[in-house]
Unconditional design. Structure first.
Length: 218
């Protein structure tokens, strides 16, 4: 059954680029933003949408390109309405569980009443640990799903159906476990969404030139 029918689905990721894996190391990093637009080529286009005052530059382009490649497979599907752009807030979450322990995974929360869809994807896991995810529906914690996504898998769910989600990491007795999650909150940008407007078109030439073209009829 699809996401549209159940409100959640298990999705797969493409091989994780090195720039994305490297983005989990070091001190905690601020979230990233991408804009997802339906183009006149009848395809989804992902573009960086840095928040005001955020640093940017050539050093971030490899990371942004890798994240766009992962999200293209995980997010794009026939269930997604093409009549509006989406703003994607991305967070990288690293969790460490001591040997033999189970620890909750602390995820950043979405903007209240603005998040339509959420993706929690396992980018990597070291140390032989096990990750567990639970989804609950509206009402007094109605259980919808309990799953153990493996590296390269993620849970995509509709925030209008899934009211609460919980995640944890369990390490084996022989040593600690380290898990890297990519968390995406998919929002509709604020303000009216016109039905007809100028849309970007991706020219599929050698340089991949991006131009603005005629309005896309939808």
């Amino acid at each position: 059954m699809s996401l549209r029918e159940r409100g959640f689905a298990l999705v797969g990721l493409d091989p994780v680029p090195g720039a994305v894996a490297a983005g989990f190391t070091g001190p905690p990093q601020p979230g990233l933003r991408l804009r997802m637009s339906w183009t006149a080529d009848d395809d989804w286009l992902f573009r960086p949408a840095a928040p005001a005052g955020a640093p940017g530059g050539a050093a971030d382009r490899g990371l942004a390109a890798g994240l766009c490649a992962l999200l293209r497979r995980a997010l794009c599907g026939p269930w997604l309405d093409v009549h509006a752009d989406r703003l994607i807030e991305l967070h990288r979450v690293r969790t460490v569980a001591p040997a033999g322990a189970t620890v909750p995974v602390r995820l950043p929360g979405p903007v209240p009443d603005a998040c339509e869809f959420a993706l929690v994807a396992v980018v990597g896991r070291d140390g032989g640990g096990t990750g567990r995810s639970r989804l609950y529906g509206t009402g007094p914690r109605v259980p919808l799903l309990e799953a153990e996504p493996a590296p390269g898998q993620g849970l995509l769910f509709d925030r209008r159906v899934v009211a609460y989600d919980g995640h944890e990491l369990t390490a084996g007795p022989d040593g600690p476990a380290v898990q890297d999650l990519l968390v995406a909150h998919v929002l509709r940008p604020s303000g009216p969404q016109p039905a007809l407007r100028r849309r970007p078109m991706l020219v599929r030439g050698p340089a991949g030139t991006l131009i603005t073209t005629r309005p896309a009829l939808r």
